[in-house]
Design a protein around this ligand. Structure first.
Ligand SMILES: Cc1cc2nc3c(=O)[nH]c(=O)nc-3n(C[C@H](O)[C@H](O)[C@H](O)COP(=O)(O)OP(=O)(O)OC[C@H]3O[C@@H](n4cnc5c(N)ncnc54)[C@H](O)[C@@H]3O)c2cc1C
Length: 467
């Protein structure tokens, strides 16, 4: 008989709960289960997530601008696991019949190759909270030429690239080329897009004013492109107009109802034929579920999200719950699906945790019937827009409410203090324009050798063309 835990519980008597995806939704479920079952060794809780941290996405654009230090918006998942097991791995398949999930972990070798290890986890109850990935609407050229704003790596890479553009523009003699280097296009008028364009705009303008004296501010062009008719579709028309006006006043061009149709490394083409010469295309045009979610043997909506009932249980599959960005939940107040926001994900998690506990211990199930208390977005330095308890706010007040709300939502006191310190320092000092080199010395030597070989080959080609 296999025993587990401090109290020598027979493993076959245990109920196994598996939570997959350590984002806003998964972590909130985990926290609630931990609290309920902390001393109950008949319950075994496991969490699987690709990264070993919870990423606080609303502050990601501020990491890209350098206002907040990279590690201050992430919290290790193990900090939430008092008893739960944590696996840093990718869920590669789920079998609802066998009640099993296969997870893959990767080990990197010194020679750069990787080894994959698969493990099979059994469960009695499954919580699917796998979020989503950036949606390029099938445009492969755009995917290849875009920077994204979804992960910590995205923010670091974008920041490095933007600073690189500033360095190159300050050396560039040709004014047309300089303008191309200083043009930044952000696609997507939702939260991620407008917060990103607001932060990039502040970074580039402050950096040029304080450090890059060879660049003329007139060369800076910051463009926000959206396929729809207004930005921030979640807010009322007048707040959306306010946000549009404030973004324009801070120097951002807004192009609406004109989707991106193609892109190369050096330009972006819009549906009406407009071509914008740029080296920077940031794609924040929406999210779509990952392939593994779309391929699950259950009902999906037309965008591939998992359809759940009002108790957030996957339709027709007992013991499996889905929530967050990967689930399709109809808002009974509007008749439309809940938008993919962190606020909704956390509220859904409260219902899933309650219903799971009721399923195990007996008790009442509750249905998800959340009415949003408000919506807030930061649209640049010291400016925000939002609706809170039905009251519209904008400008400095909205920005201060935004900051207080998100600061209070950060998971630990340590992170709250670190972010507060970052914000305070930013108010008094110039932006940090250090471009972090993320390559090892060895990789740099190899890259240099490769580029020398390529240069030599092109010189040979040029020579043979002339002879
Ligand atoms: C830049 C940006 C700004 C935003 N600003 C706001 C805002 O101001 N307000 C707001 O309410 N919302 C905002 N959002 C949206 C918000 O981040 C999402 O709605 C929220 O994160 C959804 O939570 P989730 O738990 O469903 O998914 P996520 O938080 O995305 O979590 C999913 C988790 O699953 C893991 N995962 C995915 N696939 C696998 C796999 N195969 N195996 C293992 N693990 C996997 C991921 O690594 C991740 O940890 C913003 C999003 C972005 C990108």
């Amino acid at each position: 008989m296999k025993k587990s835990g401090k109290n020598n519980i027979d493993v076959s008597d245990q109920k196994r709960i598996l939570v997959i995806g350590g984002g806003f939704a998964g972590i909130e479920v985990l926290r609630r289960l931990e609290k309920k079952f902390e001393n109950d060794f008949t319950i075994d809780v496991s969490m699987v997530s690709k990264n070993n941290f919870l990423l606080f996405t609303p502050m990601l654009p501020e990491v890209a601008s350098g206002m907040i230090e990279t590690r201050h918006i992430v919290t290790p998942i193990r900090a939430f696991c008092k008893r739960a097991r944590f696996y840093e791995a990718t869920v590669s398949s789920i079998d609802f019949q066998k009640r099993q999930a296969v997870i893959s972990s990767v080990t990197g070798n010194r020679n750069g190759s990787v080894n994959y290890h698969d493990h099979t986890l059994d469960y009695d109850y499954l919580v699917v909270s796998l979020g989503g990935e950036t949606n390029f609407f099938g445009m492969d050229d755009v995917r290849k030429c875009s920077y994204t704003m979804k992960s910590l790596g995205d923010a670091i890479i974008l920041r490095n690239h933007v600073i690189d553009m500033l360095e190159q523009a300050s050396m560039e003699q040709d004014s047309e080329s300089r303008q191309g280097l200083m043009t930044f296009v952000v696609v997507g008028g939702g939260f991620a897009g407008i917060e990103t364009v607001g932060e990039l705009n502040a970074l580039v303008r402050d950096a040029v004013r304080d450090f890059y004296h060879d660049i003329d501010v007139k060369d800076i062009r910051m463009v926000l492109v959206d396929a729809g008719g207004k930005i921030l579709p979640e807010v009322t028309d007048d707040l959306s107009k306010f946000a549009t006006q404030k973004l324009k006043e801070s120097g951002i061009d807004i192009i609406l109802q004109n989707p991106v149709s193609s892109a190369t490394q050096y330009d972006v083409k819009l549906k009406d034929g407009t071509v914008i010469v740029t080296h920077t295309l940031v794609w924040a045009g929406g999210v779509t579920p990952e392939k593994i979610v779309k391929e699950l043997q259950c009902e999906h909506d037309k965008s591939g999200r998992i359809v759940v009932d009002r108790y957030l249980e996957v339709k027709g599959i007992a013991g499996v719950y889905a929530l967050g960005d990967c689930a399709s939940i109809t808002d009974t107040h509007t008749g439309r699906p809940y938008p993919p926001t962190a606020q909704n994900a956390v509220e859904e998690a409260k219902v899933v945790a309650n219903n799971l506990i009721s399923a195990i211990r007996g008790g009442n199930k509750i249905s998800f019937n959340y009415k949003s208390r408000g919506i807030m977005a930061q649209i640049g330095k010291r400016k925000g827009v939002g609706i809170l308890f039905g009251i519209k706010t904008h400008g400095l007040l909205a920005w201060m409410i935004w900051r207080s709300y998100y600061l209070s939502s950060l998971p630990t006191l340590e992170k709250k203090l670190r972010v507060l310190t970052d914000w305070t320092i930013d108010m008094f000092f110039k932006p940090d324009i250090t471009r972090l080199n993320i390559f090892t010395e060895n990789q740099e030597i190899q890259a240099k050798a490769l580029s020398d070989t390529e240069n030599l080959a092109s010189k040979h080609e040029a020579k043979s063309d002339t002879t």
